[in-house]
Design a protein around this ligand. Structure first.
Ligand SMILES: [Zn+2]
Length: 219
């Protein structure tokens, strides 16, 4: 049974009245300005009901085969006193003893207390965090970088790539590889993904940690 048929049945049986339906339309209109709140399901209200749903987000790094998920190790500037110009977040995986003895520093892992602490497997890729279209993709002073426009007024940026896997205009789906994770050639410290979120129409980065709150991990 389709929704129309079901709803008509509700009306026919008296389980729903026209007043109920009008109230539902009004409550939708109230939540979706600039719709007029008149309870009338006219063309504008119907178009609003048919709009694309919110984008579906995933983390821009796929979980490791053993289930380890990416970790934000360096936050957005508003929450990061030591980095007042950091317009995104840095992500790593936690290194554990069974992992390879990847090199430390010089575009390798980060050492803490004599042990590797944060790392990436060789050749690890960053992936599109939601469906979209590649807006820009190219080489920069901070490595290969691309931005993906998600069609909802937002874009995500993937920085410090060792190489680029997409080009401008490419359609990507959540989970499609966009860059091979590399390091920032300004200092060649550790290999990591720097991830940003901004409105499409201007560069006004917002906190990716907040943006990722409703993102799923994907393996
Ligand atoms: Zn960063």
């Amino acid at each position: 049974m389709g929704a129309d048929e079901y709803n008509q049945g509700q009306l026919d049986s008296g389980d729903l009245s026209i007043t109920d339906v009008t109230k539902m339309v009004e409550s939708w209109q109230r939540l979706n300005p600039p719709l007029a709140v008149d309870g009338y399901a006219g063309p504008n209200t119907i178009a609003s009901l048919n709009q694309e749903p919110e984008i579906v987000k995933i983390w821009p790094l796929l979980s490791l085969p053993d289930g380890r998920v990416p970790v934000i190790t360096s936050g957005f500037y508003t929450e990061n006193d030591s980095r007042p110009t950091h317009k995104g977040v840095d992500m790593f995986f936690k290194w554990i003893a069974k992992d390879p003895d990847v090199k430390v520093g010089n575009c390798g892992a980060i050492m803490r207390n004599g042990k590797r602490r944060w790392w990436y497997p060789d050749g690890y890729v960053a992936v599109a965090a939601a469906n979209g279209v590649v807006m820009t993709a190219g080489d920069t002073r901070s490595g290969w970088r691309c931005w993906v426009d998600h069609g909802n007024g937002e874009r995500t940026g993937y920085f410090h790539g060792a190489s680029l896997l997409v080009k401008e205009g490419d359609k990507v789906e959540a989970g499609d590889p966009v860059i091979v994770v590399g390091c920032n050639p300004k200092n060649y410290n550790a290999k990591h993904l720097h991830f940003e979120v901004s409105p499409v129409d201007r560069y006004a980065p917002k906190n990716p940690r907040v943006w990722l709150k409703d993102a799923n991990y994907r393996g």
